[in-house]
Design a protein around this ligand. Structure first.
Ligand SMILES: NC(=O)c1ccc[n+]([C@@H]2O[C@H](COP(=O)([O-])OP(=O)(O)OC[C@H]3O[C@@H](n4cnc5c(N)ncnc54)[C@H](O)[C@@H]3O)[C@@H](O)[C@H]2O)c1
Length: 242
């Protein structure tokens, strides 16, 4: 019970990693509030992370229900496939709006509620694409790199508080699901094809399981990682170690 009675907000809760995060936080005794653009399983509040007003509504609701936030997982994200020559500025901006501005707004608007916690921890979901380049995902790589360094800036600010507010970025490699299909150009559900692509490149010869990545997030949310802030936790089977 690493997160017993921790109030944890998870964005993008209806997605592949989001639903695993919701399950993992609950399994560790946390009180989880899932938000997503689309209503569905695991989604308590419909929420657009690109909107400050929508973030304020989420935080008002959490304040009413629980009075504080102990954990914030900025997980909602989108991907766009295209290199520098083929990516239109509107597509580039849309990716930054969700993946970068959404994370910034979450940290900013939730800050007063995080300050009420004695164990405040923010986990910003980046990607291995925030550590190394990928020619055909220029907008996505830019956004995930921004999340990585923004998290360090927020961590340094959070460390000046008493109690501190910790902030770390999390860097998964490909996980099976909708985004992996878009990223690998497999529009249809072709798990086997994706597995084959990943097996050829990944030292552990497989995709990341969403439960494994969620487990890494649980560690960052918990008091076990109490002196970990401004760090990058990579969950990629060793692919970025090459
Ligand atoms: N899937 C992968 O292989 C992979 C690898 C590395 C990192 N990531 C990152 O993990 C996170 C989760 O990815 P996933 O695989 O679960 O993707 P997903 O597409 O399954 O889920 C993303 C969720 O975010 C929600 N969302 C999109 N725009 C939103 C908005 N404006 N406001 C609120 N919610 C919004 C979607 O409705 C969806 O439920 C993302 O940040 C992604 O970049 C994914």
């Amino acid at each position: 019970m690493l997160l017993k009675d921790h109030v944890v907000v998870v964005t993008g809760a209806g997605g592949a990693l989001g639903s695993a995060l919701v399950a993992a936080v609950a399994a560790q005794g946390g009180i989880v509030l899932g938000t997503d653009l689309v209503a569905g399983a695991g989604v308590d509040i419909v929420h657009d992370v690109t909107s400050e007003a929508s973030w304020r509504a989420v935080c008002e609701e959490v304040e009413k229900r629980h009075g504080r936030i102990d954990g914030l997982v900025n997980n909602a994200g989108i991907v766009h496939v295209g290199h520098v020559e083929t990516t239109e500025i509107d597509d580039f901006r849309r990716v930054q709006a969700v993946n970068v501005e959404g994370v910034f707004l979450g940290c900013k608007v939730a800050w007063p509620l995080l300050r009420r916690s004695t164990a405040a921890s923010i986990v910003n979901v980046s990607s291995t694409a925030g550590l190394v380049g990928s020619p055909n995902h220029v907008a996505y790589v830019a956004s995930k790199g921004a999340v990585r360094l923004m998290s360090k800036s927020i961590a340094l600010h959070g460390a000046t508080f008493d109690p501190v507010i910790r902030c770390n970025s999390l860097h998964p490699s490909l996980m099976d699901g909708h985004m992996a299909r878009v990223l690998t150009g497999n529009a249809e559900n072709q798990s086997e094809a994706i597995q084959a692509i990943v097996a050829a490149r990944n030292p552990m010869r497989r995709l990341a399981l969403t439960s494994e990545v969620a487990g890494a997030a649980v560690f960052l949310l918990s008091r076990m990682s109490g002196f970990v802030t401004g760090s990058e936790l990579v969950s990629d089977g060793g692919s970025s170690a090459q």
